[in-house]
Structure formats: C-alpha cells, structure tokens
Design a protein around this ligand. Structure first.
Ligand code: GDP
Length: 298
C-alpha cells in the first residue's frame, strides 16, 4: 500500500496513458504499438527497455492470437516485469561482515538514505558503525550524527575538509574493535571532478583492502528519481570511476518519472537495491521488481 501511494504520480503518468490507448484503439496495428512505445518513453523507461518491451509484447500477442487491444494489457505488464528481471538482486551485506560505501552528488538524498539504512539494519539486530566520510559538505556530518542518535548507532566523524580516507581508516578500526556487522560509509561524490573522485575512492578502497580484507564490500550510488534521465547519466558516470554494486533511487514519491527504475535496470544492468518513497525510515524500501510493477499497474 505504502509503495503504491509513493508511486502514485508515476502510476498516473504511465498507466493513465496506457489505459487510454487500450480503450482508444479498436485493432492492434503499428499505430497502436507506436502509441504504447511513446508512452513508455515519456514515462522514462528509456529506449532500450521500451524497444525490448514492445518487441516482446508483439511476440506475445502473436503467440497467443490476441485480437483485442484491451487484452494486451496483461501481456504488456508481463513484458515489463520480464525486462526488470535481468539481474538477481542480492543483499549479501546483510549476512556477513561488510563495508557499504555510499556515494552520490549533493542533494540526491545520500545522507538521508545512509541514515535510514543504518536504522533499518539496527532494527534487524545488526551492529552498525557509521563513517561520516562526506567531509566536503559541512552539514552532512551533523545531519548524519542526528540519524546516528536516532538509530542508536555509533558514528565516526572527521573534521570538515579532512581526508575522507582517514575517516574511513578510523571507522574501520572502530568497526573491528566493536565487532560490527556493517560499516556504512557516507562518502562524497563530486562528479564534476572525476579525477579527484577516482583518487578519493581508490584511496578508500585500498585502505579497505589492506585494513579490512575480511569485510564484504558493496558500493551503492544514490540517485534522485525526480531527475529522470539525468539520473541515468549520473549512474553511467559513476560506473566509469568505480565498481557500482547497486543503486538507491530516492524521491520516487515526488515524481512522475519513476519509470527510470526500469531504465536503470535494462540500460546499465546494475540492480536498484533500495527505493525512497518518502521521508521516514519505512519509506526506504528494498526494491522488488514484481512489487514495483504491480504497484504501478495493478
Ligand atoms: P545529500 O546531499 O545527498 O546527502 O541529500 P540529503 O540526504 O540531505 O537529502 C536532500 C533532501 O531530500 C532532504 O530534504 C531529504 O529529506 C530529501 N529526501 C531524501 N530521500 C527522499 C525520499 O525518498 N523522498 C522524499 N520526498 N524526500 C527525500
């Protein structure tokens, strides 16, 4: 229910368009497919996913001898769902000693997501240590401290402007000393300076390799869902500088561009692991393709 509410704007955007196509056409022809195609592209599903979905839909319509446009809807939903099942989404870091690096440009909801994730993991009974390694933005450290207090987890911070890698170094020591299950690192992501970003992440990764080799490593990129195709561009750029293992897609509650979750899966092959559909802890949810598509269409 919460998911469906959160996605209501995207739902209105995509589904109302599709429903009017299904009721507006009396036969299944090229125009019919073109209208669906346009609606999916306008809904931010991206060219790749849209093309594959339309091809698959045509195949299904043929195989099942469908003649009525209105009968196509369930096959369209099936095609969309299948598009999203490209990657198995694993949450390995929940089951073993782990370090999760969270990166993202300013304002996407990175610090908020790290705070929510800390709260969630703590609720699962995990021992969490936070590293406030976004030393670039002054308020990020304070903001994360508030989340840490609320969640009741320990936080390691550095001075504003200090070396993020040194904060991570200290946080690793703290995580080991306290036998933490998950070390969650809030790190900056300044895409306008890729060389610096690459150096910074490289340094952090070398420290983790050397000081904490037993920890499973995850790198999550936070993207702002309200930016639509721009989020996709950002994800690509981050993928050029580091090995991304998953995506947190935020602010889907405020946007009609939620179809971007589908585009990210099919264009990049990187799983969306969490979505943000509101401001509270429960509003950061594990992404499930089937639930997502059901919330949109059913
Ligand atoms: P950062 O600069 O990337 O660390 O961004 P912040 O964590 O400070 O978040 C920026 C703003 O986005 C804050 O006002 C958050 O409350 C808000 N925000 C983050 N995630 C969500 C979400 O899923 N839904 C909504 N509506 N707002 C969000």
């Amino acid at each position: 229910r919460r998911l469906a509410e959160g996605l209501s704007k995207t739902r209105d955007n995509i589904v109302s368009g599709i429903d009017s196509i299904f009721s507006g056409f009396s036969s299944i022809d090229e125009d019919f497919y073109e209208e669906i195609e346009e609606t999916l592209i306008m809904g931010d599903l991206g060219i790749n996913a849209t093309t594959a979905i339309i091809e698959d839909l045509k195949k299904k319509v043929k195989e099942n001898h469908i003649k009525e446009p209105s009968e196509c809807k369930r096959y369209l939903i099936e095609s969309i769902r299948q598009q999203m099942e490209v990657t198995e989404t694993a949450y390995e870091f929940e089951n073993r000693t782990s370090v999760v690096l969270v990166i993202g440009v300013n304002g996407v909801g990175k610090t908020t997501s790290v705070g929510k994730l800390a709260g969630k993991l703590k609720d699962q009974g995990k021992k969490v240590v936070l590293a406030a390694a976004d030393t670039f933005r002054a308020a990020a450290g304070e903001q994360l401290s508030e989340w840490a207090n609320r969640a009741g987890v320990e936080i390691i911070s550095g001075q504003e402007g200090s070396d993020p890698a040194s904060v991570v170094y200290d946080a690793v020591a703290a995580a080991k000393a306290r036998h933490a299950d998950v070390l969650l690192c809030d790190t900056a992501g300044r895409l306008h300076n890729k060389k610096n970003l690459m150096n910074e992440l490289g340094k952090i990764n070398r420290i983790l390799e050397k000081e904490y080799p037993e920890a499973y490593r995850e790198t999550l990129v936070v993207l702002d869902g309200t930016t639509g195709q721009n989020a996709l561009v950002q994800a690509r750029e981050f993928a050029e500088v580091t090995n991304i293992t998953g995506i947190i897609l935020t602010k889907l509650d405020g946007t009609a561009k939620g179809g971007i979750a589908i585009a990210i899966h099919s264009e990049l092959g990187i799983p969306v692991k969490y979505i943000g559909v509101g401001e509270s802890i429960e509003d950061l949810q594990k992404f499930n393709a089937e639930e997502f598509v059901n919330a949109l269409f059913l």
